[in-house]
Write a protein that binds this ligand. Structure first.
Ligand SMILES: [Zn+2]
Length: 442
């Protein structure tokens, strides 16, 4: 197993906010950080990275994504949520093919890696193709094959809940442990009660959680009360959807009882602040959730609503929005916010030994070039990273001790070919979309 040595780095430790190591070494062996600060005396590295003028920190974990939606980037603009679905996304996706998912995800992987993302929680169709990209790229991922709950007639694929269960059984802990899985029922507003109950039972049998969209609009909550006499969160909980640790994407409109359910069930709320701003959806109450002891992580959502996959920007917007909405500038300090994007995301995705800058942790880390005007001077390294750094500053991305980005270049993916394929496929989808796959009614 190769040994990697990083020298002269400034090291940010977001999970210990007051700790910054200057001009320090990181020794990596057998996919793990084996030393931090000083180089062990008998360490003979296969590769040495001179990290002078670089900051090292844990890589980002994108906790809610639809990676292949890069193909739909910019195709449904300036629309409210219902029209975004009905006139845009669910029409264009009628032209989606299995191979499109591979190329769209590969494009997303290029973009995510270039922005310092080491892992992503994907919720989309034809997950075997997403797994292929994860295997080839060297990234880590939590994969959930989305089902609407109608089985075959109107499913993308077409697929069934059972087939997505087969995917879980086959791919859990595959790619040397880099792939984790969940089930992916779409949402309480699209999936029927019977389908959600079946998903909950299957998740229990497989010992996995569910990755699901929850409480994105006031209308979704109102309709849940009308139909079921309870909130979407209470409804999903009663059906057993949250029995194993799960991811609730967005979760914007929550009452105190919902928050208590999410805490008690160990559900991670994945907030996607850029989508929330762009689709005028209000904001996930991260400060309230954190105070209540609910797990919180951050996601980009798909590039059809973001429109990029930049976790630095997502983290920055998360902090800014919470300060703005609460009227309290002290909430979500820089290191804590970066920790949401790294350690909290790692836990949400099931990589319990990652997102940490410490000896024994998985070597999933990034190096940003700080020799830039927007990094000078450096009074507060965490603040410079959160509020001033750019995705283009990412020089190295290391996953399981292997550089996937080296000196700003991708080492595992053929970016030129991927962009060419994705451009052609995105254009074809928008041109040839005729029918609508689903109807959004809240
Ligand atoms: Zn989503």
């Amino acid at each position: 197993m190769s040994k990697l040595l990083i020298l002269h780095a400034d090291i940010l430790v977001p999970h210990e906010p007051s700790r910054v190591l200057r001009d320090a070494a990181i020794a990596i062996e057998n996919k793990k950080i084996v030393a931090l600060g000083e180089t062990p005396p008998d360490f003979h590295a296969d590769e040495i990275i001179d990290a002078r003028h670089h900051v090292a920190l844990p890589g980002f974990f994108n906790a809610h994504a639809h990676a292949a939606m890069t193909l739909l980037r910019g195709s449904a603009e300036d629309l409210p949520l219902d029209r975004w679905f009905n006139e845009g996304i669910w029409r264009t996706e009628s032209a989606l093919t299995e191979e499109d998912v591979y190329w769209g995800t590969a494009l997303a992987a290029c973009e995510m890696l270039r922005g310092g993302t080491v892992a992503f929680a994907d919720h989309y169709f034809w997950m075997t193709q997403v797994a292929r990209v994860v295997q080839e790229s060297g990234m880590k991922a939590l994969l959930a094959w989305c089902v609407f709950g109608s089985d075959f007639a109107s499913e993308m694929g077409p697929t069934t809940l059972e087939l997505t269960g087969d995917f879980v059984a086959e791919f859990q802990n595959s790619a040397g442990g880099r792939i984790k899985t969940m089930l992916g029922p779409h949402s309480p507003y699209i999936s029927t009660e019977a389908a959600l109950r079946r998903a909950a039972n299957l998740a229990r049998k497989l010992g996995v959680g569910c990755h699901i969209h929850v409480s994105e609009s006031p209308a979704q909550v109102e309709n849940a009360y009308k139909q079921f006499g309870k909130s979407p969160v209470a409804y999903l909980d009663d059906l057993g959807v949250f029995e194993n640790p799960s991811i609730a994407a967005h979760a914007i409109y929550l009452d105190d009882a919902d928050i208590e359910i999410l805490r008690a069930r160990n559900v991670t709320v994945a907030a996607c602040p850029k989508t929330h701003l762009k689709l005028a959806m209000k904001t996930t109450r991260l400060v309230d959730l954190l105070r209540a002891g609910v797990k919180v992580a951050l996601g980009t959502d798909g590039a059809a609503s973001n429109n990029d996959l930049n976790m630095l920007e997502v983290a920055r917007l998360a902090a800014l929005l919470q300060k703005h909405d609460t009227g309290d500038a002290t909430v979500l300090p820089s290191a804590q916010t970066l920790n949401l994007a790294s350690r909290h995301g790692a836990l949400a995705l099931g990589f319990v030994n990652s997102g940490l800058m410490q000896v024994g942790a998985d070597a999933d880390l990034i190096l940003l070039d700080t020799d830039k005007p927007h990094f000078a001077p450096c009074h507060d390294l965490a603040a410079n990273v959160l509020y001033a750094a750019r995705a283009g500053d990412v020089d190295y991305v290391i996953v399981d001790g292997k550089p996937l980005v080296r000196k700003g270049a991708l080492t595992t993916l053929d970016e030129e070919k991927i962009m060419r394929e994705a451009n052609a496929r995105g254009a074809r989808m928008v041109r040839s979309a005729l029918t609508q796959t689903q109807t959004y009614r809240a």
